[in-house]
Design a protein around this ligand. Structure first.
Ligand SMILES: [Fe+2]
Length: 457
């Protein structure tokens, strides 16, 4: 492993206003390197990638709290920790209580603990407080950003990033990577032109190598119905965003969504087979599995037979079932496995158990408020019980944001409602109203046009 001299040692971190609890310069540099990989969404091969960087960071100073927190966060994908994680947390609590650990690191420990127990909103509040007190502290800002996406709190995402961008100096390391994220957050709050300005600035400052900024521009183009421009943008910058291996599957999904919008189904399927499916199966990252499921279901609603492709994703997805880490994930799982009735019933039963009592887990609230409606609606869509789909989704459509994800990702649930209404006997008028609503928002205009044709027949 080569650690370039440009990474910050303890003194350089201090000069940037961040006191680290490690006195080991190699550990300090590895912490910087880990943050760079997280923010650039790119595993650095010279460091052996992010997992190796974290492992080495922990080995060089086992008492460095932030190294240990990085390790815990990278291995957690459940909302109910196992025995090993609980023991790890106890060990880390002892480290966190040490006098040599700075207050911002202690707060990070508290936030990680909340997150591991599924208390996502509590974790968000601590990260927000930390980033307000320490604007140069990227771990909290990056974790808050992800939590805001996963909980659907787009206003908090916009405000916290706006604060960070203003408080952070342009000359500081990692500043550039905040801009694309801020652009995305603005766009999620329907500030498209402002979002585009910040996303493109982030892309420029990073010489085109910022997968998140590329992604933020894609969101702006999608939401302003500039799909031809979107395809050109993503195709012409492909060599850059494909290097961002931690986000490759999602940027490819955006290209696929542009193809669906334009009715270019063959291109969308080709992209699914040569990139999206491979990324989803290779990494088994929930984001990529969700994207794969979402793209296939959109193609299915456009009338394509994607059974073969869906089975491939379903088999991988099933290995992550019954965790209920996120209702968004569970819903996408059912998008691929909806034809397996027995499995769907097991998932629905498991979610019913999950929502019993009051565990303090945010996803329990999400499941009660909106998650179970969406899951049941997906199952009923597969059963071709379209009236039931409408009756399940219509009452919760303004709460779908709680499931997390972006507006573009959550659109799948609104499309399912529209599709079900159009196929139902009782809700033809509703289908037309939903379509008028979509068109007035000036989003997915080409896809809306096709729906209009279908409804007129
Ligand atoms: Fe996206």
């Amino acid at each position: 492993m080569v650690i370039p001299g440009s990474w910050r040692d303890c003194q350089a971190w201090k000069a940037d206003g961040i006191e680290l609890s490690t006195t080991n310069n190699e550990t300090a540099k590895l912490y910087d390197a880990a943050l760079h990989q997280i923010m650039s969404l790119t595993n650095d091969p010279s460091l052996g990638g992010l997992p190796s960087t974290i492992q080495r960071m922990v080995e060089t100073d086992p008492n460095f709290l932030m190294g240990q927190l990085f390790k815990e966060m990278s291995s957690i994908d459940v909302v109910t920790p196992g025995e090993e994680t609980i023991q790890n947390l106890e060990r880390l609590r002892v480290i966190a209580q040490s006098n040599r650990v700075a207050s911002w690191e202690k707060l990070c420990f508290e936030a990680v603990e909340h997150q591991i127990y599924g208390r996502q909103l509590e974790a968000s509040r601590i990260y927000e407080r930390n980033s307000m007190l320490n604007p140069n502290e990227i771990f909290s800002i990056s974790r808050l950003f992800v939590l805001n996406i996963n909980t659907g709190y787009s206003e908090q995402m916009k405000n916290s990033l706006g604060y960070a961008v203003n408080a952070y100096s342009e000359k500081k390391p990692l500043y550039n990577y905040l801009l694309g994220r801020y652009g995305f957050a603005l766009n999620e709050c329907n500030k498209n032109s402002e979002g585009e300005k910040w996303a493109r600035k982030g892309l420029d400052l990073n010489n085109g190598r910022d997968p998140w900024a590329t992604h933020a521009v894609s969101h702006v183009l999608l939401d302003s119905s500039r799909s031809a421009e979107g395809i050109h943008f993503l195709r012409s910058t492909e060599a850059d965003w494909r290097k961002g291996d931690m986000f490759l599957g999602h940027n490819a999904w955006h290209l696929g969504i542009f193809y669906v919008e334009r009715g270019m189904y063959e291109e969308a399927l080709e992209l699914f087979n040569d990139t999206i499916c491979i990324e989803a199966c290779k990494n088994e990252a929930m984001l990529f599995l969700n994207d794969a499921a979402s793209l296939l279901f959109r193609l299915k609603m456009e009338g394509l037979n994607v059974k073969e492709e869906t089975i491939k994703i379903c088999e991988v997805f099933k290995q992550h079932a019954f965790k209920h880490t996120s209702m968004f994930d569970d819903a996408h799982l059912l998008l691929t496995c909806g034809s397996d009735k027995e499995f769907c019933n097991q998932i629905l039963d498991s979610v019913e158990n999950f929502i019993q009592g009051n565990s303090g887990k945010y996803q329990q609230v999400v499941a009660r408020e909106v998650g179970t409606h969406i899951l049941k609606a997906i199952v009923e869509y597969e059963n071709e019980e379209y009236d039931k789909v409408v009756e399940l989704l219509l009452p919760v459509r303004y709460e779908i944001w709680m499931c997390g994800g972006s507006n573009a990702q959550r659109d799948i649930f609104h499309l399912i409602l529209l599709s079900a209404a159009s196929k139902s006997i009782s809700y033809q008028d509703l289908a037309r109203s939903l379509l008028v609503e979509r068109t007035s928002n000036k989003q997915t205009l080409e896809l809306n046009g096709r729906w209009l044709q279908r409804l007129s027949l």
